[in-house]
Design a protein around this ligand. Structure first.
Ligand code: PMP
Length: 394
């Protein structure tokens, strides 16, 4: 039977990681895969996570199944972190999922069940997994303009013109903060305008928030999500704990479905339980439990926030150093956008050929669309990257 399967190309980023590993050069820089790395290149277990794991090991006396949508205490804790009371709890149905990807997948499935003909408006570009899951589910996607290749900021007018074409029953997928792959984000005035379009068109927003705390701060990064979620009748939010808690492999995420009345909320909650049951039954619990313990314990929460803040400011520092070095080498401000972008990524805005040239000539590994993981840099490698960018004539 399996001879009928088609060949599947290896994921571009995973192939890039392998090429990096196989590269014998002493100076090489990995700006590929989207994980945070400290100055020594390590992706550490956060202190609060270690402490919570220790406590859990000592106190947990059963690993019996939780509920189909996970432990309600996890939902409460993460809803608190993302929404902070912006939406009344009784309007929110929620399901724990395997990572933010699981939340995105279940959100799309919920949309498809509710509206088989819904069109999902996606930013151009967006996280490639959005596109591949939508395509796998046979859902229609409509790209909206997002990245301005010239300024490397948001093409705001293009975005607004494109999302205006949405109709009631369509979905507009938005990145809550730290846009992946570009690093270019809307300011709050622009978010307000996007909200106005959502209200005008009647389209339902779906917000993917995978980097809360990596951009301008925990509260600042959630501000747009709170604004939208508190102002529209219906909204989906897919949240990931992979990055801000550094628990990538624990697969910890939450899907929130906001609806306007108690009946709809109950149907959403039951449908989320049904979807989890069909796809994997009970969601993973370990990471969710750690997150719950950390958020509900003053000391653990404070320590987690302090460490997350170090992570955030270290990336901001790297951005500034890179922008400064490029300004020095180029004598122009044209790379200032690198300091303006937020989150782990920046799209440099160059061709796949130039990306390949930098890999060949300088051992710099970035994704073909010129997405760079800023956390892959350090004080030693910034001058190497800046020199390569200038030498490639970017
Ligand atoms: N959404 C976006 C935009 C992301 O970048 C990521 C992480 N790469 C995710 C969702 C989900 O990540 P995970 O499944 O690892 O939690």
């Amino acid at each position: 039977m399996f001879e009928t399967l088609e060949d599947r190309p290896v994921d571009g980023i995973l192939r890039l990681m392998q090429e990096y590993r196989d590269d014998p050069r002493e100076v090489k820089i990995d700006l590929g895969v989207g994980v945070y790395k400290d100055a020594t290149g390590l992706t550490p277990v956060m202190r609060a996570v270690k402490a919570a794991e220790h406590q859990l090991w000592e106190t947990q006396d059963s690993k019996v199944y939780t509920g189909l949508t996970g432990d309600p205490a996890f939902a409460d804790a993460l809803i608190g972190l993302v929404l902070d009371g912006a939406v009344p709890r009784e309007k929110i149905a929620a399901a724990a999922t395997p990572g933010g990807t699981g939340a995105v997948r279940q959100a799309f499935e919920l949309i498809r069940l509710a509206r088989p003909d819904a069109r999902v408006f996606v930013s151009d570009p967006t996280w490639p997994n959005h596109l591949s899951i939508l395509s796998y589910l046979g859902m229609e996607m409509i790209p909206y303009r997002y990245f301005d290749e010239e300024s490397r900021g948001v093409d705001f007018d293009g975005m607004i013109a494109d999302i205006r074409k949405a109709k009631p029953g369509d979905v507009v997928l938005l990145h809550g903060c730290c846009h992946n792959p570009t690093g270019a984000n809307l300011n709050m005035t622009e978010w307000q305008a996007v909200l106005d379009v959502l209200l005008e068109t009647g389209a339902v927003p779906m917000i993917d928030i995978a980097y809360q705390g990596f951009g301008d701060g925990l509260e600042e990064d959630a501000a747009a999500t709170r604004l939208v979620a508190s102002s529209v009748p219906e909204c989906l939010i897919a949240a990931s704990c992979s990055k801000n808690f550094g628990i990538y492999r624990e697969r910890t995420g939450l899907l929130m479905a906001i609806s306007s009345n108690a009946d709809a909320r109950k149907r959403n909650q039951d449908t989320l339980a049904f979807l989890n049951r069909q796809n994997f039954s009970f969601p993973p619990d370990h990471g969710a439990r750690l997150v719950t313990m950390i958020l509900n314990d003053d000391a653990l929460r404070a320590d987690w926030m302090a460490e997350l803040e170090e992570v955030r400011t270290s990336m901001l520092g790297l951005r500034q150093q890179l922008a400064d070095e490029l300004q020095r080498l180029s004598g122009s401000d044209r790379f200032g956008f690198l300091a303006q972008h937020r989150g782990m990524f920046s799209r440099l805005g160059t061709t796949p050929e130039k990306v390949a040239e930098m890999r060949r000539d300088s051992g710099i590994y970035m994704v073909a669309d010129s997405r760079m993981n800023i956390a892959g840099l350090n004080a030693q490698t910034i001058p190497v990257l800046a020199r390569a960018i200038i030498d490639a004539g970017i």
